[in-house]
Design a protein around this ligand. Structure first.
Ligand code: ZN
Length: 301
């Protein structure tokens, strides 16, 4: 008899939802993805995915890794809600409640990036670490991670993409795309920022295009700030923009230049290739993060 415990994972993204049934060893047994449309219809599709999978047996818990901002305060009546997102239809939407009501299972909830960090720690690029950062660079920039083995929460949750970074307007007059801040990190270095600045999607720009040196400069500025603020043991850079193969070596080189020898640790000075890394879980990083969240929620070691 197969005694593996099974967990549900929901990666709730701003453009698509990914649902999966995963095992304790990080195997994905079933997976489905569909576009993020109106809340009710999208949540119903996620519920239907789990209701349609009785063959694998009962789930022990479900984890939800959500785009944000979200309410993570367990004492709040709006715990499990997406709150003040720029996506109007999804403002103040209860995501965790319908899942809990439908299945009567423990439901764990966190940001997509904190969950992805948890998945990378359990099965991927952050194994054995207790203080590290996971940053995704795509339609936005988001960051999560752990400090001392605890997920980063605090007063809300980190919004690393909205850090203010140095912006030399004479070298790059582009004003940025963030509706709140203009030229914050996300405003200068997200996928939509690349497209608006250069007039073409990142994946259409060849290696060697000036876009990549500038992108690496901005990403390295943010990385530099994270190194100095959190002293992480590793920084994982994922998301669609990072799929451009020439980018991560440029970020490593620029980060070393910007740190300028100040942080005297061999992890950075001698092993930058192991310090700034890609996610190990690839396209399943998000949904496996949700599975890891479900496991963590019921105390799985
Ligand atoms: Zn911003």
């Amino acid at each position: 008899m197969d005694t593996r415990r099974l967990f549900g994972g929901i990666e709730a993204g701003g453009t698509k939802f990914v649902c999966a049934i995963g095992t304790e060893s990080g195997d994905v047994l079933e997976r489905a993805e569909f576009p993020t449309t109106a809340p009710r219809g999208t949540i119903d599709r996620a519920l239907a995915f789990f209701a349609d999978q009785p063959a694998h047996g009962a789930l022990a818990a479900i984890g939800i890794a959500s785009f944000g901002p979200v309410d993570l305060n367990p004492a709040s009546p709006h715990w499990g809600y997406i709150t003040s997102t720029p996506k109007e239809l999804w403002r103040n939407v209860d995501l965790a409640g319908p899942v809990r009501e439908a299945f009567g299972l423990p439901v764990a909830f966190d940001t997509d990036v904190n969950a992805a960090a948890l998945g990378e720690r359990r099965w991927g690029a952050a194994r054995g670490l207790d203080t590290f950062v996971y940053v995704t660079v795509g339609t936005g920039i988001g960051g999560g991670g752990m400090a001392g083995g605890q997920r980063l929460h605090g007063v809300l949750h980190p919004e690393m993409g909205h850090m203010r970074i140095a912006h030399d307007l004479s070298a790059d007059p582009f004003p940025g795309v963030c509706p709140f801040h203009g030229d914050c990190w996300e405003g200068l270095a997200s996928g939509p920022a690349i497209e608006a600045r250069w007039g073409g999607k990142g994946q259409e720009l060849p290696a060697g295009h000036a876009a990549w040196e500038l992108e690496a400069h901005y990403l390295a500025l943010g990385v530099n700030n994270l190194v100095c603020a959190l002293s992480p043991q590793r920084i994982i850079l994922g998301g669609g923009v990072m799929r451009h193969a020439s980018l991560i070596p440029l970020v490593r080189r620029r980060a070393l230049e910007l740190l300028n020898g100040y942080i005297q640790t061999p992890e950075i000075l001698d092993h930058i290739d192991d310090y700034i890394v890609a996610p190990a879980l690839g396209d399943n990083a998000g949904v496996l993060g949700a599975v890891a969240l479900a496991m963590e929620g019921i105390g799985c070691r």
